[in-house]
Design a binder for this molecule. Structure first.
Ligand code: NAD
Length: 359
């Protein structure tokens, strides 16, 4: 309640629709009398040399100090000589796991009524290590000349070849596996499925699985299974209730978590939370800055609001988290106020007001 000392939390409104939906979160939190003192940080218009990005050192420090925050979508400005905003956050704050709950919203009809899944994605390595390169021109032309001279064929293979390096480490795999099992245990979940392609990627996914196996042994009360990614996709669309908590390397997590978002109604609805070392939690909507509808008061703030609810649960402010959650669900279920992405005609502000009224 308002009588307790407010907890400081960083707020990145972000770009595009970000400021509009962040405003909605602030209004709803105020209506619910949540004791959060927002420490707001915008993406800078200049590159900060200390971070080599449009995110300033001060804004990163704010999350490191507060240990908790909420982030709107960020569109990385195009140009050379700086790092992507999301990558900067991930690296600087060591955000190693992305947790994405996907559950059916009562009152919003989709193909499935009873989805209740948690995807936990390794967020720092795997296929997204950023280590991609071409065989150097000098090298390839040299080889080509030589091969032409010797009339060898193999250069046809070298030319037009690029490489990408997938990195899996024991450290990062253990860290995310441990987080997944701890999450399952503390949230009363029954099963953890490790998603992989170790039949082909024997060494990398093999190591990931081995780490999951090791952690699973410490949690005999939690059912554990290993599922090959392609089969997992098929099973998810056929019957999502076959799964509970899913843990996986970076690329698979990116794909599967979007697939799961699709099962429950899409990007306007799905929240997530990034978990970092030293207990950092940075919640964020899954969607991007939606430039096509930015500034038009059309965005659905639900995903960011539900991310805010995840943040409150992380802070153990469960009562207010529950109140806000119910107000959102009830507003959508009632069907009177819905944004365009859910087939309605309400503006962001009308929908937000309806949620506040429910509180
Ligand atoms: P997007 O998620 O911004 O938009 C995809 C589609 O979904 C658009 O039609 C958009 O209008 C709609 N949409 C998204 N969120 C919505 C909401 N809350 N309410 C109603 N409709 C919504 O994806 P994009 O167009 O591929 O990306 C746009 C920009 O966002 C890019 O610069 C991208 O890099 C960035 N991005 C950032 C993040 C992040 O910060 N985590 C994530 C994804 C994309």
């Amino acid at each position: 309640s308002s009588s307790t000392t407010p907890i400081k939390a960083t707020l990145f409104p972000g770009d595009g629709i970000g400021p509009e939906i962040a405003e909605s979160v602030k209004q709803v939190f105020t209506a619910a009398d949540v004791a959060i003192d927002w420490d707001e940080h915008y993406v800078s218009t200049e590159v900060d040399p200390r971070t080599n990005s449009f995110l300033t050192r001060e804004s990163l420090q704010s999350v490191l100090d507060n240990k908790v925050g909420l982030k709107g979508p960020m569109a990385t400005p195009i140009g050379k000589g700086h790092r992507s905003l999301n990558l900067t956050l991930r690296k600087e704050l060591n955000l190693y796991a992305n947790v994405r709950p996907c559950y059916s919203l009562p009152g919003y009809k989709t193909r499935y009524d009873d989805v209740d899944l948690i995807t936990i994605r390794e967020n720092t390595e795997g296929e997204y290590s950023g280590l991609e390169h071409q065989v150097s021109l000098f090298f390839s032309s040299l080889v080509k000349n030589l091969a032409d001279y010797l009339s060898f064929d193999f250069v046809k293979v070298v030319k037009g070849v690029v490489e990408s390096i997938k990195i899996i480490t024991r450290k990062a795999s253990m860290r995310v596996a441990e987080y997944a099992f701890l999450y399952a245990k503390t949230h009363g979940r029954k099963k953890v499925s490790a998603i992989h392609k170790a039949n082909i990627m024997r060494k990398t996914d093999g190591l990931f699985l081995q780490c999951c196996d090791e952690v699973a042994e410490k949690y005999p009360e939690i059912e554990y299974e290993k599922v090959v990614i392609d089969n997992c996709c098929m099973m998810l669309v056929k019957n999502p209730t076959l799964f509970d908590v899913l843990v996986m390397p970076n690329l698979y997590g990116d794909i599967i978590s979007d697939l799961c978002a699709g099962l429950v109604g899409g990007l306007g609805l799905t929240p997530s939370c990034n978990i970092g070392e030293d207990g950092i939690a940075l919640a964020e909507a899954v969607h991007g800055s939606a430039p096509d509808i930015a500034g038009k008061n059309l965005a659905n703030p639900t995903a960011l609001l539900l991310s805010g609810v995840m943040m409150l649960r992380h802070l153990k402010l469960n009562k207010q988290a529950e109140q806000i959650h119910s107000a959102i669900i009830n507003t959508i279920a009632e069907g009177k106020y819905r944004t365009a992405d859910l087939g309605g005609t309400s503006t962001t502000t009308e929908f937000t007001k309806a949620i506040c009224d429910h509180l």
